[in-house]
Design a protein around this ligand. Structure first.
Ligand SMILES: Cc1cc2nc3c(=O)[nH]c(=O)nc-3n(C[C@H](O)[C@H](O)[C@H](O)COP(=O)(O)OP(=O)(O)OC[C@H]3O[C@@H](n4cnc5c(N)ncnc54)[C@H](O)[C@@H]3O)c2cc1C
Length: 422
């Protein structure tokens, strides 16, 4: 069976890898010259199974509405975007009840744990260097109430295999001296020892090269224009370089997946949510933090990648627009300075690269993995803020379902047909 995977980000590349391992003939097409050139390029670099909570918690909804239209807020919903958000937004709100939010958190956590195990297998199979670090991740808190709330959630996900430790502010500063200047403002931290970090772009391009050597037909610089529908099935993909026939097509085109799916009558409930990162070249800087940090208050994550320090975060509901908004970058730099005031000046003076891209968010939280009602069209999309963490799990799950093997994870919460019309 010949499978064409459209989209060479983390999810498409991992799908291609596992489909090939499942014995199928695989073609992977990506419109950019390089794999992982879009949302999988410079994300927060965290594989954080501890962080699967979808963004529609009752508290987050209150924050989002309170910040509406405020350019300098960590989550920005522009009033002009509201009319486009009607259908998706109503579902996002409907899924924010504590019961549904909890179910979605558990589904995401199970997928993330499954993904951790699949990453181990890949590491055993392929030698890919991606500035990986297995130091765990610390979630830092500035007030006791937020820490207590997060501890309740940690206790809920702990039985799924997410161990944690509660740290005092002093224990946190002992583990990460770069936070020393903030010692008296911090309430403490929750440390998740099994979380990891690594550069998603290096990983994806490394895995892509590995796949190509194994026999995956890797075609970069090829844009899919349309899915060709014949007698109710997808006959192939029409690209800017000719048609590619396929027995099965897997759509892994991230935030843009609704475009191609619409051609064949599938309406994917995906909303693009823009995020930003800055990556500071820290060569020669002493005291760069070594411990990866998540700061939910400032809505930013900090990850050391070799000699680089990346700050990533913020959310902007702005449609399919990837332009870099200066104010959002300034906000990110401001947050970086607020968390690491002792390093503010050298970090601001160092060379840095800036990046913005679109998370593909579903209205209920879990991604969409599986066969659509167009029999041979499969989708692997909607990973939201968790795509690096989920990628290996989503790739393996899709490949197991497609090749008819019993998946190592209950696929129910991720099924496309949980949405009407899919
Ligand atoms: C600021 C930020 C920080 C983040 N931090 C983290 C983190 O720390 N941990 C984590 O787990 N996740 C994180 N994420 C989420 C993660 O980056 C995404 O979920 C993940 O990259 C999605 O991968 P993807 O393969 O679905 O999408 P993409 O990487 O966008 O890949 C889709 C690919 O499809 C290609 N494509 C689209 N249309 C076509 C077409 N017509 N023809 C050919 N190719 C096409 C695109 O060029 C693209 O390469 C973050 C996201 C952002 C924005």
């Amino acid at each position: 069976m010949h499978v064409v995977v459209v989209g060479g980000g983390l999810i498409g590349t991992l799908s291609a890898y596992f489909l090939h391992r499942g014995g199928l003939q695989v073609t992977l097409i990506e419109r950019n010259a390089d794999l992982a050139a879009e949302c999988s390029f410079a994300n927060g670099a965290m594989l954080h199974a501890s962080h699967g909570e979808p963004w529609n918690s009752p508290a987050a909804i209150r924050q989002l509405l309170g910040w509406m239209g405020r350019e300098a807020s960590p989550m920005l919903l522009r009033p002009t975007r509201l009319p486009y958000l009607l259908g998706w937004g109503v579902r996002f709100l409907a899924n924010s009840t504590s019961r549904r939010h909890r179910e979605a958190t558990l589904a995401n956590t199970r997928l993330a744990r499954y993904s951790q195990a699949r990453m181990e297998e890949i590491r055993d199979h392929a030698d890919i260097q991606y500035d990986q670090a297995r130091r765990g991740i610390a979630k830092v808190f500035w007030d006791q109430a937020a820490l207590s709330e997060a501890l309740s959630l940690s206790r809920i996900i702990e039985p799924l295999g997410i161990p944690f430790e509660t740290w005092s502010a002093q224990a946190l500063v002992d583990a990460e001296p770069a936070l020393g200047a903030n010692a008296r403002h911090l309430a403490g931290a929750i440390y998740y020892p099994d979380d990891e970090t690594g550069d998603p772009h290096l990983f994806t391009t490394g895995l892509g090269a590995f796949c190509a050597a194994l026999g995956v037909d890797l075609r970069t610089g090829v844009t899919a224009r349309r899915l060709v529908l014949e007698r109710g099935r997808v006959a192939g993909v029409e690209t800017d370089q000719g048609a590619i026939p396929a027995d099965t097509v897997v759509l892994a085109t991230g935030a843009e997946a609704p475009r191609l799916a619409r051609d064949v009558g599938i309406r994917l409930p995906i909303e693009p949510v823009k995020g930003y990162s800055v990556t500071v070249d820290g060569a020669g800087l002493d005291e760069l933090p070594r411990l990866p940090l998540i700061d939910d208050h400032h809505k930013v994550v900090l990850t050391r990648l070799g000699e680089r320090l990346r700050a990533a975060g913020t959310a902007e509901f702005t449609g399919l627009d990837t332009a870099i908004n200066r104010e959002r970058i300034q906000l990110l730099m401001h947050q970086l300075g607020a968390i690491l005031p002792g390093l503010r000046d050298p970090l601001f003076a160092a060379p840095r690269s800036e990046w913005a891209c679109l998370r593909a968010m579903t209205p209920d939280g879990p991604p969409i993995v599986g066969r659509t009602r167009v029999d041979n069209l499969w989708v692997n999309v909607g990973a939201g803020h968790m795509g690096w963490t989920f990628a290996a799990g989503m790739g393996a799950l899709l490949a197991d379902l497609l090749t008819g093997r019993s998946p190592g994870l209950d696929p129910e919460p991720y099924r496309p047909d949980r949405y009407r019309g899919l």
